[in-house]
Write a protein that binds this ligand. Structure first.
Ligand SMILES: C[S@@+](CC[C@H](N)C(=O)[O-])C[C@H]1O[C@@H](n2cnc3c(N)ncnc32)[C@H](O)[C@@H]1O
Length: 264
């Protein structure tokens, strides 16, 4: 494992994202009705443009979730294999595909870690992973993407830290994470595997409102796996940063992510 791969594992732990690799977390997101976000419509259009699939393309998608990209891509391409470990997400994806009579998508309910070895070399035109890379030991998983792809690998990853330094301090009591966002670390790992990835930055304005500080605290604490003893610090952080408007509490931020692509 090289230094960038080690840094990646460290960052996943420090940013408290290990649970995002567990299917029970995503099953719960579906159960809570959290699979629709109208704010992502513009981002979706931008992503589809960058993925640039055509009617003959075959696409392997790692972590499709409920199909924000899979549904439009099913109309634009020849065939899709969706590798999704969460049964809840897979059921929701199947329901949405059936509602649109999209019959060219096969769903496999399995994590990429165990499924990739079942695929032959150069078997899919495009390999896509959109905001689904937060597993530890990501190096071999990226290598597997390069192995099975014919044309190009397309990744979308955060290009900013998951927690600002202030938020990290509130949740963990320390500022231990590196200044490098996921996009930089993934780029370096792919380069270390002998490829020349191209990167493009995407920006979107994110806006979220909460009815009360308690609601904000509950959601943020869950999202960041905040330990019980740090809750008063997280609460104080939210009281200082959320903006009161129209009787609600608002969080507004510019979100940066990166499109990273390469041809093996
Ligand atoms: C944030 S959602 C992204 C959904 C969709 N790709 C999008 O961009 O809207 C992350 C998805 O990755 C999936 N995922 C998590 N770990 C995975 C793994 N090891 N292999 C494949 N998918 C995984 C989750 O189950 C979840 O559906």
């Amino acid at each position: 494992m090289n230094d960038w791969e080690e840094l990646w594992n460290r960052e996943i732990k420090l940013s408290r994202r290990e649970k995002l690799g567990e299917s029970t977390f995503w099953d719960q997101v579906v159960a809570d009705g959290g699979t629709d976000n109208p704010q992502l419509a513009h981002l979706t259009e931008e992503q589809l443009h960058l993925i640039d699939a055509h009617s003959q393309s075959t696409i392997l998608e790692v972590g499709p979730g409920a199909g924000r990209l899979t549904l439009p891509l099913a109309k634009l391409s020849a065939a899709i294999l969706a590798v999704e470990p969460s049964q809840g997400m897979a059921n929701e994806l199947r329901r949405r595909l059936d509602a649109e009579n999209a019959s060219n998508v096969r769903i496999v309910v399995e994590p990429w870690q165990t499924y990739s070895s079942k695929l032959k070399n150069d078997s899919w035109d495009i390999v896509l992973a959109s905001y689904s890379l937060f597993m530890v030991d990501v190096g071999p998983l990226l290598k597997e993407m390069s192995r099975v792809v014919r044309e190009r690998v397309c990744l979308f990853v955060p290009a900013q830290k998951r927690m600002s330094p202030d938020l990290e301090l509130a949740v963990t009591g320390e500022n231990l994470s590196s200044p490098h966002p996921d996009s930089v670390i993934i780029n370096k790992i792919v380069e270390s595997q002998g490829y020349s990835p191209k990167t493009k930055t995407l920006e979107r304005q994110r806006e979220q409102s909460y009815e009360s500080i308690e609601e904000a605290l509950e959601q943020k604490a869950r999202f960041h796996s905040c330990p019980q003893e740090r809750l008063p610090h997280l609460r104080e952080h939210l009281e200082n940063t959320l903006v009161k408007e129209d009787g609600k509490l608002w969080e507004r931020e510019l979100r940066r992510s990166a499109f990273i692509s390469w041809t093996p």
